[in-house]
Design a protein. Sequence first.
Length: 247
Amino acid sequence: MIDDPMRKCPRCNVAIAPGVTTCPGCSNVLAREANFEADRASNAAIDIGAWLTEGWQLFAPNAGPFVAFSVVAVVVSVAATMAFDQIPYVGWLLPTVVTAPLFAGYLVAAFKLMRGQEIAFGDFFGGFDYVVPLAVGGVIASALVTGGLLLLLVPGIYLAVGYTFMNALIVDAKLDYWPAMEASRRIVHQRWLSFAGFGAMLFLVNVVGVLALGIGLLVSMPVTYCAVAVAYSRIFGLADNATQPRH
C-alpha cells in the first residue's frame, strides 16, 4: 500500500506526512500499512506444529519467570472476577480491563526473547504500558464476539479467531485498538480455517493444563502465548525498533 498523504494518527487524528512513522502530535509510533497487506499473509507459511514447538523453546529456558508470572496472573484475574460485582454499574468491565494488559505481558516477554534479549520479571507487566488500547480493545472485542455468539454463533466464532493477533499488534506494532483489531481480522480472514485450527490447538493445550490438576495451566498458558508470539512474527514480522534489535 502506498502511503496516503492525508492519513491521520489513529490516536490524536493529526495528519501524518508520507513516510513518517512517529506522530508529531502525540509521539505514537505508527506501523507502516505495508506490513499488514493481505499478500504478506497469503505468502506466509502456516505451520501450527512449528509455532507450538518454537513457543515451547521460548518458554523452556525461562520457565521460572514464566511460571511465577502465571501464578500472579491467575491470582489477579480470579480476584478481579470475584470483585466485579462489588463495583456498581461498571464492575463488569473490571475482569477485562485488568486481565487484557496483564496477560499481554506474556507477549511482551516473548517478543523480547525473540529479539535476543534477556527478560526480567518486571517485563511481564509491560502490557500495562498499553493499558488503554488493550483494555478498550478487549472490551470491544469481547462485546462483538459475545454478540455474534448470541445472535448466530458463527459470527462470534469468526471474530474470536479473527482477533487472534490484536494484542500482539498493540504491544509490538504499537497500533491503537481499532487498527489492531481490523489488521488482525483482515489477515486472519485470508486463511481463516487454518488460524481456527491454530486456535483450537491452543485451546486443547490449555485443556490438558486444566486436566493436570489445574497446575498445568501455569505451563500451558505461557506456552500458548509464546506460540501466538511466534505465529505473529512469522505472519507480520516483528516491528523495527531502534532500541531492540530485530531477530
